[in-house]
Design a protein around this ligand. Sequence first.
Ligand SMILES: NC(=O)c1ccc[n+]([C@@H]2O[C@H](COP(=O)([O-])OP(=O)(O)OC[C@H]3O[C@@H](n4cnc5c(N)ncnc54)[C@H](O)[C@@H]3O)[C@@H](O)[C@H]2O)c1
Length: 361
Amino acid sequence: MANQLKVGIVGAHRGSSYVQPFTAIAETNITAVCDINEAALHSVAERFGIRQRFTDYSEMLNAVDMVVLATPENLHVPQAIEALEAGKHVISEVTAAVKLDECYELVNAVRKASAKYTMAENTCYSRSNVLIRNMVAQGLFGEVYFGEGEYVHNVKSLHHDATGNPTWRYYWQVGINRCNYATHSLGPVLQWFDERVSSVCCLGTGVHTDSEHAMEDTVMMLCKTGSGGLIKIRIDMLSNRPANSYFSLQGTKGCYESSRGFGAASKVWLSDMDAGETWRALSAFEADFLPERWKNPPAEAEHAGDLGEYFKVRDFVDSILNDTVPPLDVYTAMDFTVPGLVSEESIAKGGVPVAVPDFRA
Ligand SMILES: NC(=O)c1ccc[n+]([C@@H]2O[C@H](COP(=O)([O-])OP(=O)(O)OC[C@H]3O[C@@H](n4cnc5c(N)ncnc54)[C@H](O)[C@@H]3O)[C@@H](O)[C@H]2O)c1
């Protein structure tokens, strides 16, 4: 198709998950991939038939209209700014930034740019989180005032490479004592609340399983929202245990608890519909409350892989084509990312509340 947006991926590993959705979307085409690891570069390029291969990111920028940043977290801001200054659209993997200072630089670059920016928080596009968001919007839970998000995923094996050298995760995911990598857990809950976090308190369990890292095994961040609501975030990338992601929500008229695995169902209780204390499976609400596009996806979605990953990319492409604000724009990216960054100050001071700057101001 003529006039397709040319998309370049930087970071071959996670970046390869974008090939299917971008290929399925008629208005885009993956034309280039970049990685400093030549083996990874050629392996992904060959697997997906991507013609242009680069080991230099700046060179790839000249050849594309849009970039997918799937590089280590500490490269997201410098690579996003370089792309935006070159007039290229940016879809950045999570988290948006690793330092508070660079958040200001990123927001300024987006404000000045003609191109668009999004942070690709995929948990906001999971079927269950989308369903809960719509149920909240329809008023089923009443006024929401408490929520939880947990990301418990022992990734010790990724903290060193095959030769024993520390990876980026060693420094940026577990090398700083704060609520790192919190966007997967905080993002969907903040969308349900439809507001931002105004302050955080953060405490940890102490270091028990891996003394090499500064981050405590479990770190708990309590987020106070602008209207006075409370969100509890647990992040644990170190404890010896199976992985689990968990969400919950409490409102004046109902509550939600996601599955904790081991065969348990995600469940909902609504005072207007359920007598006594009887829970109902979340899946029972899909017919009435799952957004229409999830029930009848467009034809191109058939070849796009995971439906949520497809909608995440489709929404950003539509915002470019229609010149509208991306659903997960830079301010939303800051709402999801910055509480975790400022939690470093709170945990260092014994859990005192620390204000979260508002980047819209
Ligand atoms: N949304 C999700 O569910 C999800 C899942 C996994 C990873 N991620 C994110 O994706 C990103 C990548 O994670 P990963 O697991 O693929 O990491 P990884 O370490 O496996 O891969 C990173 C790749 O980037 C390459 N790279 C490093 N510096 C580069 C540079 N300057 N130019 C070009 N290439 C460079 C490396 O060679 C490597 O191939 C991270 O930001 C991570 O947080 C998100």
